[in-house]
Design a protein around this ligand. Structure first.
Ligand SMILES: [Zn+2]
Length: 323
């Protein structure tokens, strides 16, 4: 409830500062929070394109003396060369995930989440994995411009990176075929490539990352992977969104040598995924334990494969994966 009140206060107060390019300050029980209102968008037209799609976001970061870098580089996946340090982000940046001019979102591929963001087996997984078959079309989440589209030796395989008008970058990894070129404009839902199993990957899937100035954010902070839509048109960027001490690569291995060090780690769980997928169509009266028994598997395995909980109600007629 408090969160809601705070949010509405922000919206109201921000409306007063639009046009003045002022910074909004809000007193809360936790102290003073400075919000940079980026409601006044200034998109750079292609004429003198220097890689900046959202002038306002770049100005904010510059003004805060963070000295974050985000050059337009078609050759390296982390264009800041690990320069940006998210722990120095003292304030909160109000970012419009969707706004008037670029208000579309598209779910990247028709598949279920097989591995989430965060620590797995002592290593950090800086994206989310969505199941697919080789050759499935993978689409851009939002509109933007392709910054990188080529094979990546760091483990991503065939990788496409799109820089978006909302200030974020998205990484789409392991493609079997890339269908876009660097500097190409894309709209939300445009096909970027075909899903695959290239790079450090055990089984076809999409490895999807969302990054702000090269540092990864849990995609589930922004996208509801069950409803397949943006959770909110607003995103508040603050250092708590990034794991403590996060560097742009999110790697644990601090090996020297530039931006494209092998820090992309796929889940060992995928090594065992050699067998063919098998689905079961849910009928009236079915229970998860009956379905598990009938298909010689377990409830927890089914839950894991489908990203559901044992208590989740499954609709009749829906196909769930059992192997
Ligand atoms: Zn992954």
């Amino acid at each position: 409830m408090l969160k809601k009140i705070l949010f509405f206060t922000l919206i109201l107060s921000c409306q007063f500062v639009i046009g003045q390019q002022a910074i909004d300050t809000v007193e809360t029980s936790k102290g003073k929070i400075v919000f940079f209102s980026n409601r006044t968008w200034q998109f750079l037209k292609d004429k003198s394109f220097d890689g900046i799609l959202n002038r306002r976001i770049h100005e904010i970061v510059k003004r805060d003396s963070l000295n974050f870098k985000q050059p337009w580089d078609n050759e390296v996946c982390y264009s800041s060369l690990r320069h940006n340090d998210m722990s120095r982000l003292k304030d909160t940046i109000w970012l419009c995930v969707l706004e008037e001019e670029h208000n579309k979102f598209h779910f990247p591929v028709d598949g279920i989440v097989t591995s989430r963001y965060g620590f797995r087996h002592g290593r950090h997984h800086s994206g989310i994995d969505v199941d697919l078959d080789v050759g499935d079309t993978v689409r851009s989440l939002w509109s933007g411009k392709v910054r990188y589209a080529k094979y990546n030796d760091g483990g991503f395989g065939n990788l496409v990176i799109v820089r978006h008008y909302n200030g974020l970058e998205t990484f789409y990894a392991h493609f079997s075929k890339i269908l876009v070129s660097p500097d190409q404009d894309v709209k939300a839902g445009d096909v970027l490539g075909l899903g695959g199993n290239t790079g450090r990957s055990y089984g076809a899937h999409l490895h999807l990352e969302i990054r702000f100035f090269d540092a990864s954010i849990n995609p589930e902070e922004i996208i509801d992977f069950t409803k397949r839509e943006c959770k909110d048109e607003n995103l508040f960027i603050h250092k708590g969104l990034f794991r403590p001490g996060a560097k742009p690569t999110d790697t644990i291995d601090e090996t020297e040598g530039g931006a494209e060090i092998a820090e992309h780690i796929e889940a060992p769980v995928r090594q065992v995924r050699q067998e063919r997928k098998k689905y079961y169509k849910v009928r009236s009266g079915d229970t998860l334990s009956e379905i598990a028994d009938r298909n010689q598997t377990t409830i927890s395995k089914i839950c894991q494969l489908n990203g559901i909980r044992p208590t989740t109600t499954i609709q009749i007629g829906k196909s769930i994966r059992v192997h």
